[in-house]
Every structure is written in structure tokens, then in C-alpha cells.
Write a protein that binds this ligand. Structure first.
Ligand code: TYD
Length: 218
């Protein structure tokens, strides 16, 4: 976690990422139980504040891609100020289901042909104020398997089409390659319990290691 901004943040920020159908929301729910003794703050994007309701409305109404992208960024800003930063300042473990990498991975696709260099544009919008996660678990699986797990084609959100998911997953994999110390790739084809145990154990190791580094006493 980057300590840009105000206050000393002794907590730890963990994010879960992956395409729709990768099982990260199920993983998020399991981690709440498995790590209950650490009293983690479980949160999500979009939707941790009222701004998230507007994002959901924009998705539903299929608004234009720039409005949609900037609403996702607005939701992130509100999420940081109201939820993430206060918890990290209190020294808590924060686990977010989706976070800024979702923007880079998805909106790079939806803004293709609309802004000249979507990923650069998106990263520039976050630079200087976002809080970079300590660790990001990326759930990866074949697109065919993700599609089987999702609703039928005609009921899916526009993000959930095969071509989009393929590009989004490739984006995620390129970020993992570029930042191997932050990303941990999780095989989402493994049984849910196996995935949850693997990630919970890895978070515990990280939490313990962070004690000394961050000057935390629990
Ligand atoms: P989410 O509610 O996490 O859906 P799910 O639980 O099905 O993964 O997110 C809704 C959709 O919004 C999802 O298809 C991914 C997309 N999304 C973006 O395109 N950009 C973002 O920054 C975020 C946070 C989500």
C-alpha cells in the first residue's frame, strides 16, 4: 500500500480481481469467514457508497462509455475517502472485491476508439491520489468456463460478452506480468474451498510480514 495522502496507514489493502464468472465474489464471501479472527473490513467496487448506486444505474441504462468510466472513478474516490483510507489509518485489514485494476482492465476495452490511449488516460486519472494495494489476487480461468458460469447471453451486461472478457483477462494478465510482486495469480478452476484456503493463508502471511514493516501491533 502506498502511503500517499494524509495520515499514516498501518493497515493492509488486499484486492480481488478477475473477469465476471471467475468466482471472486464467492472468494470474497469465504475470506470473511476464514479470516474472521483478523476482523477484516470487507468492501467492494462499485457500490461501497451512494456513488456506486449511480454506477449501477449507468451500467443498466447503457450510458456512454466516458460517463460510465468517470462514474467508476468517482465511485473509487468516494470509496477511498469514506471506507478504505479511514480503515487503513486505523490499522485494519481491508479486502476489496474489485478495485482500480478493474478500471484499467475493463475501461481500456470499453474506451477503445473513444479516447486515444485508454489505459494511459485511466491510469493518469488515478495517479497521485489512489492507494495502491499491498497484494492483488487475480482469479484466472478459461473464458469458456467463465461463460458457462454466467447468465445466458441475452441477460448479460455488456461487460460480460466473450470478446470483452477475453480482452479484459489479457489486460489483467499483462498487469500481473508487469507487477509480479503485487499480483498473485489464482487458478479459479480449482475447487472453491481450495482457492479460499490458498488465498486466506497467503493473506495471513502478508499480514504477519506487514506487522514489522508498517509498525502495527496486532
Ligand atoms: P460487479 O458488481 O463486481 O460484478 P460481478 O459481481 O458480476 O463481478 O461489477 C459489475 C460490472 O462492472 C462487472 O462486469 C465489472 C464492471 N466494472 C468495470 O467495468 N470497471 C470497474 O472499475 C469496476 C469496479 C467494475
Amino acid at each position: 500500500m502506498d502511503t500517499e495522502g494524509t495520515g499514516v496507514m498501518t493497515g493492509m489493502l488486499i484486492t480481488l480481481e478477475g473477469i465476471d464468472g471467475s468466482g471472486k465474489s464467492t472468494l470474497h464471501a469465504s475470506l470473511k469467514d476464514q479470516l474472521a479472527d483478523l476482523d477484516p473490513l470487507m468492501t467492494r467496487e462499485p457500490g461501497a457508497t451512494w456513488v456506486g448506486d449511480q454506477v449501477r444505474r449507468a451500467i443498466k441504462e447503457q450510458t456512454d462509455p466516458i460517463t460510465e468510466a468517470t462514474l467508476f472513478v468517482a465511485d473509487h474516490a468516494a470509496h477511498l475517502e469514506k471506507v478504505v483510507r479511514p480503515a487503513l489509518t486505523e490499522g485494519r485489514l481491508v479486502i476489496s472485491d474489485r478495485y482500480s485494476d478493474s478500471r484499467y482492465a475493463y475501461q481500456s476495452v470499453t474506451l477503445q476508439g473513444i479516447v486515444p490511449e485508454p489505459e494511459k488516460w485511466l491510469r493518469a486519472m488515478h495517479n497521485g491520489w489512489t492507494i495502491i494495494p499491498d497484494k492483488t489476487f487475480l482469479c484466472v480461468l478459461p473464458i469458456d468456463e467463465a461463460l458457462i458460469r454466467l447468465k445466458p447471453d441475452n441477460e448479460r451486461e455488456h461487460f460480460e460478452k466473450r470478446e470483452t472478457l477475453e480482452k479484459v483477462q489479457n489486460n489483467y494478465l499483462s498487469y500481473a506480468k508487469a507487477e509480479p510482486s503485487r499480483f498473485v495469480i489464482v487458478d479459479a478452476l480449482l475447487p472453491q474451498e481450495t482457492v479460499a484456503k490458498f488465498v486466506a493463508d497467503a493473506i495471513r502471511v502478508e499480514w504477519e510480514a506487514g506487522k514489522k514493516r508498517k509498525g502495527r501491533n496486532k
